[in-house]
Design a protein around this ligand. Structure first.
Ligand code: C2E
Ligand code: CA
Ligand code: CA
Ligand code: CA
Length: 278
Protein backbone atom coordinates (compact mmCIF):
# COMPACT_ATOMS: atom_id res chain seq x y z
CA UNK A 1 0.00 0.00 0.00
CA UNK A 2 2.90 2.24 0.83
CA UNK A 3 4.42 1.64 -2.60
CA UNK A 4 1.13 2.36 -4.27
CA UNK A 5 0.73 5.53 -2.29
CA UNK A 6 4.12 6.72 -3.41
CA UNK A 7 3.42 5.95 -7.04
CA UNK A 8 0.19 7.76 -6.78
CA UNK A 9 1.97 10.68 -5.20
CA UNK A 10 4.56 10.75 -8.00
CA UNK A 11 1.82 10.47 -10.53
CA UNK A 12 0.00 13.44 -9.06
CA UNK A 13 3.04 15.63 -8.65
CA UNK A 14 4.22 14.93 -12.17
CA UNK A 15 0.80 15.65 -13.54
CA UNK A 16 0.50 18.76 -11.47
CA UNK A 17 3.96 19.94 -12.43
CA UNK A 18 3.43 19.59 -16.13
CA UNK A 19 0.05 21.25 -15.87
CA UNK A 20 1.37 24.04 -13.70
CA UNK A 21 4.27 24.43 -16.07
CA UNK A 22 2.05 24.71 -19.11
CA UNK A 23 -0.13 27.21 -17.29
CA UNK A 24 2.87 29.25 -16.25
CA UNK A 25 4.16 29.33 -19.80
CA UNK A 26 0.82 30.43 -21.11
CA UNK A 27 0.27 32.95 -18.33
CA UNK A 28 3.63 34.44 -19.19
CA UNK A 29 2.68 34.50 -22.87
CA UNK A 30 -0.62 36.22 -22.09
CA UNK A 31 1.12 38.96 -20.11
CA UNK A 32 3.56 39.48 -22.96
CA UNK A 33 0.76 39.38 -25.52
CA UNK A 34 -0.81 42.43 -23.90
CA UNK A 35 2.51 44.27 -23.94
CA UNK A 36 3.27 43.22 -27.51
CA UNK A 37 -0.21 44.08 -28.74
CA UNK A 38 -1.01 40.57 -29.98
CA UNK A 39 -4.70 40.80 -29.13
CA UNK A 40 -7.27 41.88 -31.63
CA UNK A 41 -11.01 42.42 -31.76
CA UNK A 42 -13.42 40.91 -34.20
CA UNK A 43 -16.88 42.41 -34.49
CA UNK A 44 -20.19 40.69 -35.10
CA UNK A 45 -23.24 42.73 -36.12
CA UNK A 46 -26.60 42.62 -34.38
CA UNK A 47 -29.29 43.30 -36.94
CA UNK A 48 -32.64 44.87 -36.16
CA UNK A 49 -35.53 42.94 -37.67
CA UNK A 50 -37.60 46.12 -37.61
CA UNK A 51 -35.52 48.07 -40.11
CA UNK A 52 -32.68 45.80 -41.22
CA UNK A 53 -30.10 48.17 -39.73
CA UNK A 54 -27.04 47.20 -37.74
CA UNK A 55 -27.98 48.15 -34.22
CA UNK A 56 -24.75 47.12 -32.52
CA UNK A 57 -21.45 45.35 -32.97
CA UNK A 58 -20.31 42.81 -30.38
CA UNK A 59 -16.56 42.92 -29.77
CA UNK A 60 -15.02 39.45 -29.51
CA UNK A 61 -11.39 39.17 -28.54
CA UNK A 62 -8.83 37.19 -30.56
CA UNK A 63 -5.17 36.43 -29.93
CA UNK A 64 -2.64 36.40 -32.74
CA UNK A 65 -0.34 33.85 -31.12
CA UNK A 66 3.20 34.18 -32.54
CA UNK A 67 3.47 30.42 -33.23
CA UNK A 68 -0.04 29.01 -33.06
CA UNK A 69 -1.79 31.68 -35.10
CA UNK A 70 -5.24 33.07 -34.44
CA UNK A 71 -6.67 31.84 -31.12
CA UNK A 72 -10.32 31.98 -30.11
CA UNK A 73 -11.22 33.15 -26.62
CA UNK A 74 -12.08 29.62 -25.44
CA UNK A 75 -8.33 28.91 -25.58
CA UNK A 76 -7.21 31.72 -23.32
CA UNK A 77 -10.09 33.48 -21.53
CA UNK A 78 -10.40 30.83 -18.78
CA UNK A 79 -6.71 31.16 -17.88
CA UNK A 80 -6.83 34.93 -18.19
CA UNK A 81 -9.75 34.77 -15.77
CA UNK A 82 -7.94 32.47 -13.30
CA UNK A 83 -4.79 34.56 -13.27
CA UNK A 84 -6.45 37.96 -13.19
CA UNK A 85 -4.97 38.96 -16.56
CA UNK A 86 -8.57 39.38 -17.70
CA UNK A 87 -8.74 42.69 -15.84
CA UNK A 88 -5.98 44.25 -17.93
CA UNK A 89 -7.29 42.55 -21.05
CA UNK A 90 -10.78 43.92 -20.39
CA UNK A 91 -9.44 47.46 -20.20
CA UNK A 92 -7.52 46.89 -23.40
CA UNK A 93 -10.78 45.73 -25.03
CA UNK A 94 -12.65 48.86 -23.95
CA UNK A 95 -9.83 51.10 -25.20
CA UNK A 96 -9.78 49.38 -28.55
CA UNK A 97 -13.55 49.62 -28.82
CA UNK A 98 -13.32 53.37 -28.12
CA UNK A 99 -10.64 53.78 -30.76
CA UNK A 100 -12.75 51.83 -33.24
CA UNK A 101 -15.85 53.93 -32.48
CA UNK A 102 -13.79 57.00 -33.39
CA UNK A 103 -12.45 55.31 -36.52
CA UNK A 104 -16.01 54.43 -37.56
CA UNK A 105 -17.06 58.03 -36.99
CA UNK A 106 -14.28 59.17 -39.25
CA UNK A 107 -15.66 56.86 -41.91
CA UNK A 108 -19.08 58.45 -41.41
CA UNK A 109 -20.56 55.49 -39.53
CA UNK A 110 -22.36 56.08 -36.25
CA UNK A 111 -23.87 52.97 -34.68
CA UNK A 112 -26.21 53.12 -31.72
CA UNK A 113 -23.81 51.04 -29.63
CA UNK A 114 -20.97 48.57 -29.23
CA UNK A 115 -21.25 45.52 -26.99
CA UNK A 116 -18.45 44.11 -24.90
CA UNK A 117 -18.24 41.01 -22.71
CA UNK A 118 -17.38 41.10 -19.04
CA UNK A 119 -16.39 37.97 -17.17
CA UNK A 120 -17.30 37.36 -13.52
CA UNK A 121 -13.92 38.49 -12.29
CA UNK A 122 -14.03 41.72 -14.28
CA UNK A 123 -17.52 42.42 -13.04
CA UNK A 124 -16.36 42.17 -9.43
CA UNK A 125 -13.16 44.14 -9.97
CA UNK A 126 -13.28 46.80 -7.23
CA UNK A 127 -12.48 49.74 -9.48
CA UNK A 128 -14.49 48.56 -12.50
CA UNK A 129 -16.85 51.52 -12.58
CA UNK A 130 -14.09 54.13 -12.14
CA UNK A 131 -11.78 52.54 -14.66
CA UNK A 132 -14.39 52.10 -17.36
CA UNK A 133 -15.78 55.61 -17.01
CA UNK A 134 -12.25 56.97 -16.99
CA UNK A 135 -11.34 55.22 -20.23
CA UNK A 136 -14.54 56.44 -21.92
CA UNK A 137 -13.94 60.01 -20.84
CA UNK A 138 -10.40 59.85 -22.23
CA UNK A 139 -11.96 59.20 -25.63
CA UNK A 140 -14.93 61.48 -25.13
CA UNK A 141 -17.40 58.65 -25.60
CA UNK A 142 -20.65 58.43 -23.70
CA UNK A 143 -21.38 55.23 -21.73
CA UNK A 144 -24.73 55.11 -23.53
CA UNK A 145 -22.83 53.84 -26.58
CA UNK A 146 -21.55 50.85 -24.65
CA UNK A 147 -23.51 47.73 -23.82
CA UNK A 148 -21.99 45.44 -21.20
CA UNK A 149 -22.81 41.76 -21.63
CA UNK A 150 -22.82 39.66 -18.48
CA UNK A 151 -23.81 36.05 -18.29
CA UNK A 152 -26.65 34.92 -16.13
CA UNK A 153 -24.30 32.95 -13.90
CA UNK A 154 -22.06 35.98 -13.32
CA UNK A 155 -25.06 37.99 -12.19
CA UNK A 156 -26.51 35.28 -10.01
CA UNK A 157 -23.28 34.61 -8.09
CA UNK A 158 -24.17 37.24 -5.54
CA UNK A 159 -27.38 39.00 -6.40
CA UNK A 160 -27.07 41.83 -3.87
CA UNK A 161 -23.58 42.82 -4.99
CA UNK A 162 -24.58 42.45 -8.63
CA UNK A 163 -27.65 44.68 -8.25
CA UNK A 164 -25.45 47.32 -6.64
CA UNK A 165 -22.88 47.30 -9.46
CA UNK A 166 -25.65 47.28 -12.04
CA UNK A 167 -27.27 50.30 -10.43
CA UNK A 168 -24.00 52.22 -10.57
CA UNK A 169 -23.37 51.32 -14.20
CA UNK A 170 -26.97 52.08 -15.09
CA UNK A 171 -26.81 55.51 -13.42
CA UNK A 172 -23.77 56.31 -15.53
CA UNK A 173 -25.71 55.44 -18.66
CA UNK A 174 -24.26 52.06 -19.64
CA UNK A 175 -26.57 49.60 -21.34
CA UNK A 176 -26.71 46.21 -19.69
CA UNK A 177 -27.43 42.87 -21.32
CA UNK A 178 -27.79 39.37 -19.93
CA UNK A 179 -25.71 37.03 -22.08
CA UNK A 180 -26.31 33.31 -22.67
CA UNK A 181 -29.78 33.65 -21.23
CA UNK A 182 -31.45 30.35 -20.42
CA UNK A 183 -28.27 28.49 -19.50
CA UNK A 184 -28.16 29.61 -15.87
CA UNK A 185 -30.57 29.03 -13.07
CA UNK A 186 -32.10 32.44 -12.79
CA UNK A 187 -35.68 33.14 -13.51
CA UNK A 188 -36.99 36.26 -15.13
CA UNK A 189 -38.43 36.90 -11.72
CA UNK A 190 -34.89 37.34 -10.33
CA UNK A 191 -33.95 39.55 -13.20
CA UNK A 192 -36.67 42.08 -12.56
CA UNK A 193 -34.51 43.52 -9.76
CA UNK A 194 -31.84 44.48 -12.30
CA UNK A 195 -31.80 47.57 -14.49
CA UNK A 196 -31.19 45.61 -17.68
CA UNK A 197 -32.04 46.52 -21.25
CA UNK A 198 -31.79 43.25 -23.08
CA UNK A 199 -31.61 39.49 -22.96
CA UNK A 200 -29.49 37.45 -25.31
CA UNK A 201 -31.00 34.02 -25.86
CA UNK A 202 -28.23 31.47 -25.85
CA UNK A 203 -27.30 29.84 -29.14
CA UNK A 204 -27.94 26.36 -27.71
CA UNK A 205 -31.69 27.12 -27.70
CA UNK A 206 -31.76 28.85 -31.06
CA UNK A 207 -29.78 26.20 -32.97
CA UNK A 208 -32.54 23.59 -33.18
CA UNK A 209 -35.47 25.91 -33.75
CA UNK A 210 -37.95 25.70 -35.34
CA UNK A 211 -37.69 21.91 -35.65
CA UNK A 212 -37.07 20.91 -32.06
CA UNK A 213 -40.33 21.22 -30.17
CA UNK A 214 -38.83 21.87 -26.72
CA UNK A 215 -36.35 24.50 -27.89
CA UNK A 216 -39.03 26.18 -29.95
CA UNK A 217 -41.28 26.34 -26.88
CA UNK A 218 -38.44 27.70 -24.72
CA UNK A 219 -37.47 30.43 -27.18
CA UNK A 220 -41.12 31.38 -27.65
CA UNK A 221 -41.58 31.67 -23.90
CA UNK A 222 -38.40 33.68 -23.34
CA UNK A 223 -39.30 36.20 -26.04
CA UNK A 224 -42.85 36.58 -24.70
CA UNK A 225 -41.76 37.01 -21.10
CA UNK A 226 -38.93 39.38 -21.95
CA UNK A 227 -41.38 41.54 -23.87
CA UNK A 228 -43.78 41.61 -20.96
CA UNK A 229 -40.93 42.92 -18.81
CA UNK A 230 -40.09 45.53 -21.42
CA UNK A 231 -36.74 43.98 -22.32
CA UNK A 232 -35.23 43.84 -25.76
CA UNK A 233 -34.40 40.36 -27.03
CA UNK A 234 -31.36 39.32 -29.05
CA UNK A 235 -31.26 35.84 -30.58
CA UNK A 236 -27.71 34.49 -30.75
CA UNK A 237 -26.34 31.97 -33.20
CA UNK A 238 -28.90 32.42 -35.97
CA UNK A 239 -27.51 30.50 -38.92
CA UNK A 240 -30.34 29.90 -41.36
CA UNK A 241 -33.52 31.23 -42.85
CA UNK A 242 -35.83 28.85 -40.98
CA UNK A 243 -34.55 30.17 -37.68
CA UNK A 244 -34.81 33.73 -38.92
CA UNK A 245 -38.42 33.33 -40.05
CA UNK A 246 -39.36 31.70 -36.79
CA UNK A 247 -37.84 34.59 -34.83
CA UNK A 248 -39.53 37.11 -37.09
CA UNK A 249 -42.88 35.55 -36.27
CA UNK A 250 -42.13 35.97 -32.57
CA UNK A 251 -41.24 39.60 -33.23
CA UNK A 252 -37.78 39.16 -31.71
CA UNK A 253 -36.01 42.51 -32.14
CA UNK A 254 -32.41 41.66 -32.82
CA UNK A 255 -30.55 38.89 -34.59
CA UNK A 256 -26.92 37.97 -34.27
CA UNK A 257 -25.37 35.01 -36.05
CA UNK A 258 -23.60 33.58 -39.04
CA UNK A 259 -26.75 34.03 -41.13
CA UNK A 260 -25.87 37.71 -41.33
CA UNK A 261 -22.18 37.64 -40.56
CA UNK A 262 -19.44 35.91 -38.65
CA UNK A 263 -17.35 38.07 -36.34
CA UNK A 264 -15.10 40.10 -38.67
CA UNK A 265 -11.84 42.04 -38.32
CA UNK A 266 -12.35 45.81 -38.13
CA UNK A 267 -11.63 46.55 -41.79
CA UNK A 268 -14.00 43.86 -42.98
CA UNK A 269 -16.79 44.91 -40.66
CA UNK A 270 -16.37 48.44 -42.02
CA UNK A 271 -16.88 47.09 -45.53
CA UNK A 272 -19.90 45.16 -44.31
CA UNK A 273 -21.38 48.31 -42.79
CA UNK A 274 -20.77 50.33 -45.93
CA UNK A 275 -22.00 47.76 -48.43
CA UNK A 276 -25.00 49.31 -50.24
CA UNK A 277 -26.65 45.97 -51.05
CA UNK A 278 -26.61 44.56 -47.55
P1 C2E B 1 -20.37 34.87 -26.33
O1 C2E B 1 -20.30 36.19 -25.67
O2 C2E B 1 -21.59 34.04 -26.11
O3 C2E B 1 -20.12 35.17 -27.88
C1 C2E B 1 -20.79 34.52 -28.91
C2 C2E B 1 -19.94 33.42 -29.52
O4 C2E B 1 -20.72 32.71 -30.45
C3 C2E B 1 -18.72 33.96 -30.27
O5 C2E B 1 -17.65 33.01 -30.12
C4 C2E B 1 -19.23 33.96 -31.71
O6 C2E B 1 -18.20 33.85 -32.68
C5 C2E B 1 -20.09 32.73 -31.72
N1 C2E B 1 -21.16 32.81 -32.73
C6 C2E B 1 -21.84 33.91 -33.11
N2 C2E B 1 -22.77 33.60 -34.05
C7 C2E B 1 -22.68 32.27 -34.26
C8 C2E B 1 -23.37 31.35 -35.12
O7 C2E B 1 -24.27 31.70 -35.89
N3 C2E B 1 -23.01 30.04 -35.06
C9 C2E B 1 -22.01 29.62 -34.23
N4 C2E B 1 -21.70 28.33 -34.25
N5 C2E B 1 -21.32 30.46 -33.41
C10 C2E B 1 -21.66 31.77 -33.42
P2 C2E B 1 -16.17 33.48 -29.74
O8 C2E B 1 -15.82 34.74 -30.46
O9 C2E B 1 -15.30 32.29 -29.90
O10 C2E B 1 -16.30 33.85 -28.20
C11 C2E B 1 -16.55 32.86 -27.24
C12 C2E B 1 -16.78 33.44 -25.89
O11 C2E B 1 -15.59 34.08 -25.37
C13 C2E B 1 -17.83 34.55 -25.87
O12 C2E B 1 -19.09 33.97 -25.88
C14 C2E B 1 -17.49 35.27 -24.58
O13 C2E B 1 -18.06 34.60 -23.48
C15 C2E B 1 -15.97 35.12 -24.51
N6 C2E B 1 -15.34 36.38 -24.92
C16 C2E B 1 -15.09 36.85 -26.16
N7 C2E B 1 -14.51 38.05 -26.13
C17 C2E B 1 -14.38 38.38 -24.81
C18 C2E B 1 -13.86 39.52 -24.10
O14 C2E B 1 -13.41 40.52 -24.67
N8 C2E B 1 -13.92 39.48 -22.74
C19 C2E B 1 -14.44 38.42 -22.06
N9 C2E B 1 -14.46 38.44 -20.71
N10 C2E B 1 -14.95 37.33 -22.69
C20 C2E B 1 -14.92 37.32 -24.05
CA1 CA C 1 -21.51 37.93 -25.54
CA1 CA D 1 -23.66 34.69 -25.67
CA1 CA E 1 -21.50 31.96 -24.67
Amino acid sequence: AKQRGRNLYQFYTQDLNSRTYRHLVMENQLVKALAKDEFDLHYQPQISLRNGQVEALEALVRWHHPEKGLQNPAHFIPLAEDTGIIEGLGQWVLRRVCQDILRLRQAGIELPRMAINLSARQFRQVDLVERYTHILSEYGISPSHIELELTESTIMQDIKVAVDIFEQLHQLGFRLAVDDFGTGYSSLNNLKHFPIHSLKIDRSFVSDTPHDRDDTAIVTAIVAMAKSLGLEVVAEGVENEDQLNFLKKLDCELIQGYYYSKPLPFDEVCQYLMAPDR
